[in-house]
Design a protein around this ligand. Structure first.
Ligand SMILES: [Zn+2]
Length: 313
């Protein structure tokens, strides 16, 4: 049995998976933000132990959370649940649960979930994209998360928007300190702000989609700009890792037709495909851009898969 825990700023959710990936049980509690770090560690351990008592079995435990564990210090960094930062969360969870606990970034867990038994099942390389209030991602190769020395693999949201047009420079300010990051164009609030810049009216993404479907030309144009920027951002990812599958998750991925609109624009930007446009030998991009299968459960499922089936890994 595998237990996965999604440790978020407002709630902590835990899931138990059978060896075949079937969901056995699930629990959630509110994150005890105001009670501090020790209370959060205790809450995570309590959820895992509660599942084990309920099911009468013990399991491996993986935890997904915003931020990343520094390979230099072993301490969590970049978490928006700030009381977790600079804490040895892996050690403390392992001690609380009397076993080795694995901790990974929540977007990485999402990517792993889609690679194991989601939209990218069976593909050698999967890039998982989370586009919601922010933009993140993770890269899975042969069933394993790619983790680098900086713990930023897949963080395409803070690369600059490629091939910016004159009216896209320098781009909106980003909380990371730069301008024109991919996130400042593709996230849900960014999409709303882009429509407001052009029309003067902020419209949330679901309403934009409804208006475009009803024939509103301005809303359709905003969604077109968004898909074009999405394709530009992904083209640079494809140039580096050329994933077989790009799995889209997060609230923005629920825009009707988004994967198809993005895929249709990739040949404009991916190296080589333009050179052969109209010819018999090309003009296509073979990357599959698809919506995530597990929806909001990707993070908690992927945390469980931090302990893969193969014990050698
Ligand atoms: Zn940024």
């Amino acid at each position: 049995m595998r237990i996965g825990v999604d440790l978020g700023g407002t709630k902590i959710e835990a899931i138990a998976l059978a060896p075949d990936g079937r969901e056995l049980a699930r629990r959630r509690v509110a994150t005890p933000q105001h009670e501090g770090y020790e209370a959060i560690v205790a809450a995570v351990a309590g959820l895992a132990r509660g599942l084990e008592e309920e099911l009468g079995a013990t399991g491996t435990v993986g935890v997904g959370t915003p931020g990343a564990v520094s390979s230099a210090t072993g301490l969590l960094k970049n978490s928006n649940t700030v009381c977790l930062n600079a804490r040895p969360i892996v050690d403390d969870l392992s001690r609380a649960l009397d076993r080795e606990v694995r901790v990974a970034n929540d977007a990485d867990c999402f990517a792993l979930s889609e690679a194991v038994d989601g939209a990218g099942a069976g593909a050698p390389t999967v890039f998982g994209v989370i586009a919601g209030t922010g933009v993140g991602g993770g890269l899975v190769v042969e069933g394993r998360l790619v983790r680098g020395p900086n713990a930023v693999a897949g963080e395409w949201g803070h690369s600059p928007l490629p091939w910016p047009r004159d009216d896209e420079r320098p781009g909106p300010p980003c909380y990371c300190g730069r301008h024109g990051c991919v996130e400042t164009w593709l996230a849900g609030p960014s999409l709303e702000a882009d429509h407001a810049r052009v029309t003067g009216e902020p419209v949330p993404p679901p309403e934009l989609a409804a208006r475009a479907a009803a024939g509103d030309a301005a809303a359709a144009a905003t969604l077109d700009r968004h898909a074009d920027r999405f394709a530009r951002g992904l083209a640079t990812v494809i140039h580096v890792v050329d994933p077989y599958v790009v799995a889209l998750g997060g609230g923005v991925s629920n825009l009707p037709g988004l994967p198809e609109r993005v895929a249709a624009r990739l040949p404009r930007y991916v190296f080589g495909s333009r050179l052969f446009e109209g010819g018999a030998s090309g003009g296509e991009v073979r990357t599959r851009v698809v919506r995530a299968v597990h929806g909001d459960s990707g993070g908690v499922r992927g945390a469980a898969w931090l302990w893969p089936a193969d014990p050698a890994r």
